[in-house]
Write a protein that binds this ligand. Sequence first.
Ligand code: HEC
Length: 122
Amino acid sequence: MTPIRTLALGAILAALSACQAPAPPKSPAELAAQAAAMTPADPRLADLYAHACKACHAVAASGAPLAGDRAAWAPRAQKGMAALMGSVVSGYKGMPAGGQCFSCTGQDYQALIRFMADQPVN
Ligand code: HEC
């Protein structure tokens, strides 16, 4: 086989396998842009989010798992809602107690966590 043919075959195989492969993981820039654009649909939650969680959870440099970054949230979601609520209420590593939300109810925290994790959290 000539090198050209080999190249062409390689390109076809690569294209075929790309069709079957799952969507490639998003780049850090894509994840940051996605987090920056996300806001809860509920107006009250959107307000709470904009004035608290978003300051860190839409800023990669904060070290917080970004809103909508499902891969970053997956191991946290596995801890379960009770554990995550405990982290927010008491503070956790770089996150201050209450997540800087002074008017969030327990229900608000749960809704905000589900919104950011973008996956079921039980
Ligand atoms: C001042 C920055 C900051 C704010 C504001 C903030 N967080 Fe965080 N949050 C963090 C950081 C940093 C982490 C990751 C800590 C780590 O794992 O090192 C985190 C982690 C979390 C976790 C995962 C905890 C765990 O046990 O894995 C949850 C849940 C969470 N934040 C919810 C919230 C919610 C809800 C709000 C808004 C009410 C909020 N955060 C506001 C910085 C913040």
